[in-house]
Design a protein around this ligand. Structure first.
Ligand SMILES: NC(=O)N[C@@H](CC(=O)O)C(=O)O
Ligand SMILES: [Zn+2]
Ligand SMILES: [Zn+2]
Length: 346
């Protein structure tokens, strides 16, 4: 069986920098036309100038002949100025501003401590400039159970934010709960949308503990109960325009995953399209796959859809146990497993 679809984009991607960037970028460039590149590198990309420089380094790390296009983002801080948003829009290189609640996830320590107290003028300028806010939607209060952090974030931050700024475009990144699905579906279409990762469509929280601790299935927001996974699958395969592909592919060196205090993040770029195809096939919704992978994202961002194509074929392939580089190793999602669908650019 073969399926030819418009080339997908990845609306949530961590490309890192330096050697790691060079190591992982071919896996994205092989399949995706564009990607929204997350700004949580060290130091974080907090200015337009830094975003433009980061973009240059991504372009120079690309394999020869690749036409992959990085879409840059700014890392919102307590001190980001409204003028920075104007500069971002003017640059033509920046397509979103990322909200990391301080301490919520990898390299979020410079993130926002008080969104309403510190960032309202910036958010108002984002409405003005039609600049989307991309949200890591979890509260950081240590009193809140780690499995409830997304739900509490929706109720205490997101809902009030949208009431206050109904014209702000918001992408709830990497949604993990039925609460998030319900919330996104309750908002005005075209203003609030969500990205969905392969892991939150195919795995539930059992997979973190199956047969012993599985660090390579640990990401944030952490995997949830099966009922949440099923609700997200239904939403995504329903054909709704509010949900689109964002892998959240987040490479970490094996040594930083398999240790006493392992990093959060799943490296899924090499397997993402195979994984999404499996989800839509199992739901009997392969006819809805292309909208999710290739239409809903650009439509939301107001960008043209890609014109080139990719073919997904039912030809089983074995995912490598790991990818080795001079500096270390990265273990991908579904390492060592055989996947049914294979993607290749036309
Ligand atoms: N998703 C993750 O578990 N990790 C991401 C950060 C993020 O997207 O929250 C990373 O940068 O490693
Ligand atoms: Zn995140
Ligand atoms: Zn991410």
């Amino acid at each position: 069986m073969e399926l030819t679809i418009t080339r997908p984009d990845d609306w949530h991607l961590h490309l890192r920098d330096g050697d790691l960037l060079k190591a992982v970028i071919p896996h994205s460039a092989n399949h995706f036309g564009r990607a929204i590149v997350m700004p949580n590198v060290k130091p974080p990309v907090t200015t337009t100038a830094a975003a433009v420089a980061y973009r240059e380094s991504i372009l120079s790390a690309l394999p020869a002949g690749s036409d992959f296009t990085p879409l840059m983002t700014l890392y919102l801080t307590d001190t980001t100025s409204p003028n920075e948003i104007k500069l971002a829009r003017k640059s033509g290189a920046v397509f979103g501003v990322k909200l990391y609640p301080a301490g919520a996830t990898t390299n979020s320590q410079d993130g926002v401590t008080d969104l309403f107290g510190k960032c309202l003028p910036v958010l108002e300028q984002m409405v003005e400039q039609n600049m989307p806010l991309l949200v890591h939607g979890e509260v950081t209060d240590p009193e809140v159970d780690v499995f409830d952090r997304e739900k509490v974030f929706i109720n205490t931050i997101l809902r009030p934010l949208i009431q206050r700024l109904p014209l702000l475009k918001v992408v709830m990144e990497h949604i993990t709960t039925a609460d998030a699905v319900k919330f996104v579906e309750s908002c005005k279409e075209g203003f609030v949308a969500a990205t969905v990762t392969p892991q939150h469509l195919l795995l539930n929280r059992n997979s973190i503990f199956q047969g012993g601790l599985q660090p390579h299935n640990y990401c944030l927001p952490v995997l949830k109960r099966e009922i949440h996974r099923q609700t997200i699958v239904s939403a995504v395969t329903s054909g709704s325009k509010r949900f689109f592909l964002g892998t959240d592919s987040a490479p970490h060196d094996r040594r930083n995953k398999e240790c006493a205090c392992g990093c959060a993040g799943i490296y899924n770029s090499p397997v993402a399209l195979s994984a999404y195809a499996k989800v839509f096939e199992e739901a009997g919704a392969l006819d809805k796959l292309e909208a999710f992978t290739s239409f809903n994202g650009p439509d939301f961002y107001g960008l043209p859809r890609n014109t080139s194509k990719i073919t997904l074929s039912k030809s089983p392939w074995k995912v490598p146990d790991s990818y080795s580089f001079s500096f270390g190793e990265i273990v991908p999602m579904f390492a060592g497993k055989t996947l049914d669908w294979k993607a290749s650019l036309n």
